[in-house]
Design a protein around this ligand. Sequence first.
Ligand SMILES: Cc1cc2nc3c(=O)[nH]c(=O)nc-3n(C[C@H](O)[C@H](O)[C@H](O)COP(=O)(O)OP(=O)(O)OC[C@H]3O[C@@H](n4cnc5c(N)ncnc54)[C@H](O)[C@@H]3O)c2cc1C
Length: 410
Amino acid sequence: MDFAFDSQTEDRRASLLDFMEGYVYPAERTFHDQLAALENRWAWDSVPVLSELRAEARRRGLWNVFLPSEHGAGLTNLQYAPLAEITGRSIHLAPPALNCAAPDTGNMEVLAQFGTREQQERWLRPLLAGEIRSSFAMTEPDVASSDATNIGTRIERDGDQYVINGRKWWITGAMNPNAQIFIVMGKTNPDAERHRQQSMILVPRDTPGVEIIRGMEVFGYDDHSHGGHAEMSFTDVRVPAANLIAGEGDGFGIAQARLGPGRIHHCMRSIGIAERAVELMCERVTDRVAFGKPLSEQGVIRDWIAESRVRIEQLRLLVLKTAWLMDTVGNRGAHTEIQAIKIATPATVQWILDKAIQAHGAGGLSQDFPLAEAYAGIRTLRFADGPDEVHKNALARTELKRQAAARAAR
Ligand SMILES: Cc1cc2nc3c(=O)[nH]c(=O)nc-3n(C[C@H](O)[C@H](O)[C@H](O)COP(=O)(O)OP(=O)(O)OC[C@H]3O[C@@H](n4cnc5c(N)ncnc54)[C@H](O)[C@@H]3O)c2cc1C
């Protein structure tokens, strides 16, 4: 078993680490200040310092490294994993600086894999160039959306157009006026077999009948630093029939294909968040003295530090194994491991952030450290891309089947 990264990955890692130290971390404060000075608070990707970072990332060959196909940098999942982890250390700035931020990554994957040549030219090309942004609209306020077959939005054929009616919420990035294209999931045929009722369609933001209602908040954060999470409605929205992605009834399958890489990318970046939290925790407890000795000499705090290190190493091994499986046996073959990391990572990183906050005292809850916002963010990952319980349910089903087959074969 060889745990070393290949030389290409090591070179990119070195370049990315250097980029983080020399450009990204020093720009964090500037990004925050420039964002606060914007006329439209949601237009986060127009912040000047981001353009500078993007130019440097391109120069270093770090642009679009998430995309394995000929449209991107052509890296395997195993090559991308350690890079994504590093970007997680500056979660608001590094992923977009590399054009590797959700939800655009998943949307670009959908267009690269299922889009027609015209759809790719119209929407994928500017997304790959970082000129526009996009959103993925599946979840609805009126139905339990963890079961995607519940989706009620209608997509109805009318001549050479489709007409869309429905209401969505938690649509990440959609408050940003530069999110110019939405991939919308809805039902084209409610009478078809359960997993063939849904389709996906491209809806340009400026289409009449598209309304952005409000931004949703997460524990009071509006997440404007990456375009918020919109509640929105579609009322008699008409788009050309050519905007359908793949065929009628293919929506559920595309959603499954989109979520595989999306889930592992979230987990890779989350490990970077955890590493930064441990770094901050160690620095803080070394400097502060209580009851006659540095906090770092309190047994309970040493236990948090040790446990954090053990848990990060466990997570990273599982994430790398999953990335390797995706590369070698495909996303389907890695299904159980993708579910396992999606269950393990947000809960573990949440635990580590909680300890880092506690070690900081009340300051840990404040705007002076990135920990509270990171905590709010990681908590949302226990819903986004599927709640924990849905993944556990499916994983248990696979395990029960596997055990039954093993018993039958004895
Ligand atoms: C910050 C954030 C960003 C998001 N971004 C997007 C986005 O860009 N686009 C988008 O379409 N959606 C997005 N979502 C929505 C997210 O995908 C949904 O919240 C998620 O799929 C769950 O759907 P729901 O909220 O309707 O919960 P429900 O379906 O109402 O489920 C509620 C709870 O029921 C339980 N439950 C459900 N099924 C099972 C089961 N099988 N077994 C046991 N328990 C179960 C779980 O505890 C679950 O949390 C985002 C959410 C958040 C918080």
